[in-house]
Ligand binder design. Structure first.
Ligand SMILES: Cc1cc2nc3c(=O)[nH]c(=O)nc-3n(C[C@H](O)[C@H](O)[C@H](O)COP(=O)(O)OP(=O)(O)OC[C@H]3O[C@@H](n4cnc5c(N)ncnc54)[C@H](O)[C@@H]3O)c2cc1C
Length: 328
């Protein structure tokens, strides 16, 4: 069975979301395996210039879905516009980057076709000509294979970092403006100023060594235990999301899909399970060391060195050894 794929790329104010190219690479690879073609779409207003970035990529057609009412993102506008495009272009599969915006409108779009969105996909394989999507369950402890059933089109969103943007294949592409029909009455929401992250005081991206702490630390008063390890190693202290959400460390120290993406020489994950949202922010580290009392924790799948043990015993012992070696 051949299948044609449409990748919906995301832009804001004329700048690409980097995850769009990860999704495009995945779309090209899947189209290749299914013997189909991969097209792309970009939605907004005054976005012709973006289509040029795809001119030398292996993309069948780049659809420019342009309308004044799409200048600002609304779920109603994007759903109506993409519904028209999907009905006209008739792809078998529509892929999205798993961004906050996509989470907002893509399930609604899928519903218009009597389908669901297979969300948060971290991989795929092809089984008897049919794409099978991989999703994580139970904080990454299980991988589930998911097949879309029913008539095409099917819809899936791909997790950040699951595919590599630098693997987008070069080739030829043509672009065409899709004549979308939209009226004011379609758009019921009034967009406000978009949320902006506060400026970061800590730049984890520049750190050579990072010691990162997770929920295994149990309570705020124990943070000093990993802080001492970071100090002994001359490392920056970072954390998984629950630690920052609880206010035990500032948000700017969070690593992961909604925090910073880091690639230090050494990343020590202490009491961190290794959920995909954390992994995408640190799996580019040159050497990963994990300390976790659960030998089956997913963090060990990406770790170069692993210590299965209780961090409350392991970390103080490590601090002592590091101090000895450094003569401190
Ligand atoms: C939209 C979205 C965005 C997200 N963004 C991020 C993000 O940017 N960054 C992020 O980190 N998460 C993010 N998450 C959350 C993510 O899914 C996980 O919930 C989170 O990473 C888990 O943090 P953790 O590993 O510290 O905690 P847990 O998953 O609870 O793991 C704690 C680990 O500590 C181990 N442990 C317990 N006691 C000890 C001990 N005494 N010694 C040694 N090990 C011990 C346990 O075995 C366990 O593996 C996001 C989730 C969503 C839905």
């Amino acid at each position: 069975m051949s299948a044609n794929i449409l990748v919906v790329m995301e832009q804001r104010n004329g700048a690409w979301n980097r995850m769009s190219f990860e999704t495009l690479a995945a779309g090209q690879q899947l189209a290749e395996q299914l013997g189909g073609a991969c097209s792309a779409a970009v939605v907004g207003h005054g976005i012709d210039v973006l289509a040029k970035d795809l001119g030398n990529k292996k993309v069948g057609t780049t659809y420019i879905v342009d309308h004044i009412l799409l200048n600002e993102y609304t779920a109603d506008g994007y759903t109506a516009a993409l519904e028209q495009l999907v009905r006209e272009a008739k792809p078998d599969l529509v892929l999205f980057p798993h961004t906050y915006q996509v989470r907002d409108f893509a399930p609604k779009l899928a519903t218009r076709f009597g389908q669901v969105l297979v969300s948060d996909v971290t991989g795929f394989h092809v089984d008897a000509g049919v794409p099978v999507f991989v999703r994580q369950l139970f904080q990454g402890k299980l991988n589930a294979d998911v097949k879309a059933t029913g008539d095409a089109p099917h819809f899936a969103s791909l997790q950040a970092g699951a595919f590599r943007a630098d693997q987008v294949a070069d080739g030829m592409s043509s672009s065409e403006t899709f004549p979308v029909v939209l009226g004011d009455s379609v758009i019921r929401a009034k967009p406000h100023e978009p949320f902006r992250e506060s400026a970061r005081a800590v730049d984890l991206t520049a750190a050579d060594i990072i010691v990162s702490v997770g929920r295994g630390i149990k309570e705020k008063d124990n943070i000093h235990i990993v802080e001492e390890l970071a100090k002994a190693l001359g490392a920056e202290l970072a954390a998984s999301r629950p630690i920052c959400d609880s206010g035990w460390l500032p948000m700017e120290r969070q690593v992961g899909s909604s925090g910073q993406t880091v690639s230090p020489k050494v990343y020590m994950a202490v009491g961190i399970s290794g959920a995909i949202q954390h992994l995408v922010g640190m799996k580019g580290a040159k050497t990963i060391v994990a300390i976790n009392k659960d030998a089956n924790a997913p963090i060990f799948e990406v770790a170069d060195y692993g210590i299965v043990g209780d961090l409350f015993e392991v970390v103080p012992a490590l601090v002592e050894e590091v101090k000895k070696v450094r003569g401190a």
